[in-house]
Write a protein that binds this ligand. Structure first.
Ligand SMILES: [Zn+2]
Ligand SMILES: [Zn+2]
Length: 170
């Protein structure tokens, strides 16, 4: 979907859209599935450009960071973007000024591709290191058994806390 900023010249407009983002495009191996991403918001004219404020709805499933089981997630988050014309962009010499404007989307054309902005936002909204439950026991590092189901027959790993100290001894 492209954003046509021109639509908001006269008065604010409400936008809503469902984005079909293939999970693989996000480059997150733990992301097992992603439902269509809902967005609704209001685009309005700002001092030197435009502003879009709204809400994103994200749902899907990731794998548990310890045992790889599927963990569903569902989230709503407030999002906003500021769009300013490219000719207003501070030049490289005004680095201090530029640093304060990191969140500005500079446009040369009033039709702005929106999908990649949604994808960037998704990277922030996806759960990090999700767990199926806080007490998840994970997989045995030796045989790979899911320790939530049963203990495996592997010997417990040796206590190696003293190894660094031993290496200090003559
Ligand atoms: Zn787990
Ligand atoms: Zn094991």
């Amino acid at each position: 979907m492209d954003l046509n900023l021109e639509q908001a010249f006269e008065e604010p407009i409400d936008l809503s859209h469902l984005f079909e983002v293939p999970a693989v495009r996000l480059g997150r191996p733990e992301l097992l599935s992603l439902d269509p991403v809902g967005f609704h918001g209001r685009l309005e004219k700002a001092d030197t450009g435009f502003m879009l404020e709204g809400e994103i709805r994200v749902a899907g499933a990731v794998s548990c960071a310890r045992c790889l089981r599927e963990v569903p997630f569902k989230k709503r988050a407030a999002v906003s973007w500021v769009f300013a014309p490219e000719h207003e962009r501070p030049n490289q010499d005004d680095l201090e000024l530029a640093a304060t404007d990191l969140d500005v989307v500079w446009y040369a054309d009033l039709v702005v591709p929106f999908d990649h902005l949604i994808e960037e936002q998704l990277q922030l909204e996806l759960p990090m290191k999700a767990l199926c439950e806080d007490a998840c026991r994970g997989l045995c590092p030796q045989c790979g058994a899911d320790l939530n189901n049963a203990e495996c027959a592997c010997a417990p790993p040796g206590d190696d806390r003293w190894t660094p100290l031993r290496s200090l001894l003559p």
